[in-house]
Design a binder for this molecule. Structure first.
Ligand code: AMP
Ligand code: GLY
Length: 409
């Protein structure tokens, strides 16, 4: 497993139920949980399967390098990873594939972008072209704020070179769903739909973040709607991948908005979502290693990914997240294994940004610090477990939403 966040913790933990797992580089919480973490780069390791967690190494071609060594890999090569690595590329790809998505235009200079905003109806949706860890999107009704954001991004002040091309999109409205689809290059298996909470504050107020919590399954997204997304979004995407000779083996994560005109694709990611993985990995009832081997080796045909029960994850973020997260706050309520000091049934804690201080205590070391997951038969009980546990873990300045899965439990 490649990566160092809560997503990799959740996947490694689920894989470790049936496989020997090594994480590179991992983090102190994963190691405390009894899963080996090493500093050796993935290309220096030997394993039957390589699962690449984050987008950055995929965009940089790690999957290609591993495949060149004859390894089985979950994660697309550079070509497929462009679907996430460049929004301008993704939009051009979607148009070619005839996938329903927001209308858009691409800009490199502020004057023409502002001129475009002046003739656009709000909400204004402005995105950095390149990778920005989920934080490169502004959605606002305020024209002046939109213009200021355009200038910030295009000047390179906000996101460096990732921001010097921007995409301005038509604003869409409706509930959002994360549908993660495993692809082995030919066949696909959809995981249960999940919902992610991207804004930092309750009731979707405040800045966009990497994700403040999630739940699955998303009951309002029934089999029929999943079928519609598969038919209108995923199937044409697979045809276009194949037309371009892109052998996509990994996770195709469709961020979908369920609009009154039907599902429309907001974005593709080319990996497990974070925090979606923290609900999907614990919910998967089967052998995750076996399933992912099939993804890496082209053996998905006939597989399914049914789950039973419900899961809710609540992210605990550090003071100042997402703009300027503070580090070094001592975390209370964890035992030496990085789990709850007083264990609770159905609760697992996945570490995102933690480290040990000189007294061996866990302290905050990043924006998102911990993802606290509750699993139970019912959504109400899963949510109760997650929040009881999330309340037991404390640190100075803790940022947490209180409404994750509130409206479905
Ligand atoms: P993205 O990183 O592209 O998924 O965007 C982050 C968030 O911004 C999404 O989860 C949506 O809540 C919001 N968003 C993105 N694109 C649009 C759009 N075209 N219309 C309305 N909201 C959007
Ligand atoms: N949860 C959003 C993402 O993983 O990009």
């Amino acid at each position: 497993m490649v990566g160092s966040g809560a997503r990799e913790h959740a996947l490694a933990w689920a894989l470790a139920m049936s496989a020997e797992v090594v994480v590179t580089p991992g983090n102190v919480g994963i190691a405390a949980h009894g899963i080996a973490c090493v500093d050796t780069p993935a290309t220096g390791l030997d394993a039957d399967l390589f699962v690449i967690g984050p987008e950055q190494p995929l965009v940089e071609g790690l999957a290609d390098r591993l495949r060149a060594q004859g390894k089985a890999v979950v994660g697309p090569g550079c070509d497929g990873a462009m679907l996430e690595g460049s929004k301008a590329f993704m939009k051009e790809f979607l148009a070619a594939a005839n996938v329903p998505t927001a209308a858009f235009a691409t800009f490199r200079d502020a004057a023409s972008a502002v001129a475009h905003l002046a003739v656009t109806k709000p909400p204004y949706v402005i995105k950095t072209d390149g990778l920005a860890a989920g934080k490169g999107v502004l959605v606002t009704d305020d024209f002046d704020e939109a213009c200021a954001d355009v200038r910030d991004k295009l000047s390179g002040a906000a996101f460096g070179s990732a921001g010097t091309t921007i995409v301005i999109e038509e604003g869409l409205d409706g509930p959002e769903c994360s549908l993660l689809v495993l692809c082995d290059g030919t066949d696909v298996v959809a995981l249960v739909p999940a919902q992610d909470f991207k804004r930092v504050g309750d009731d979707n107020q405040g800045a966009n973040t990497g994700g403040m919590g999630a739940y699955a399954p998303m009951a309002s997204m029934g089999d029929q709607q999943v079928g519609e997304v598969m038919r209108t979004i995923i199937a044409p995407t697979l045809r276009e991948l194949s037309r371009r000779s892109i052998d996509f083996r990994g996770v195709l994560y469709a961020g979908v908005m369920l609009t009154s005109e039907g599902p429309k694709l907001l974005e593709y990611n080319v990996r497990f979502g974070d925090p979606e993985a923290e609900v999907l990995a614990p919910l998967y009832g089967g052998d995750l290693y076996d399933l992912l081997v099939r993804v890496g080796t082209g053996g998905l045909h006939g597989s399914s990914a049914r789950t039973s029960g419900s899961a809710v994850t609540v992210v605990l973020a550090s003071h100042g997240y997402p703009a300027s997260p503070r580090q070094g706050d001592v975390i209370h309520g964890l035992g030496d294994d990085g789990q709850l000091a007083t264990p609770l049934e159905g609760v697992t804690i996945f570490h995102a940004g933690t480290r040990r201080d000189d007294q061996n205590r866990f302290v905050t070391a990043g924006g998102r610090v911990l993802a606290v997951t509750g699993v139970a038969e019912s959504m109400a009980e899963a949510r109760r477990r997650a929040y009881v546990a999330a309340t037991l873990v404390t640190f100075e300045g803790k940022v947490m939403r209180t409404d994750i899965a509130r409206d479905v439990a």
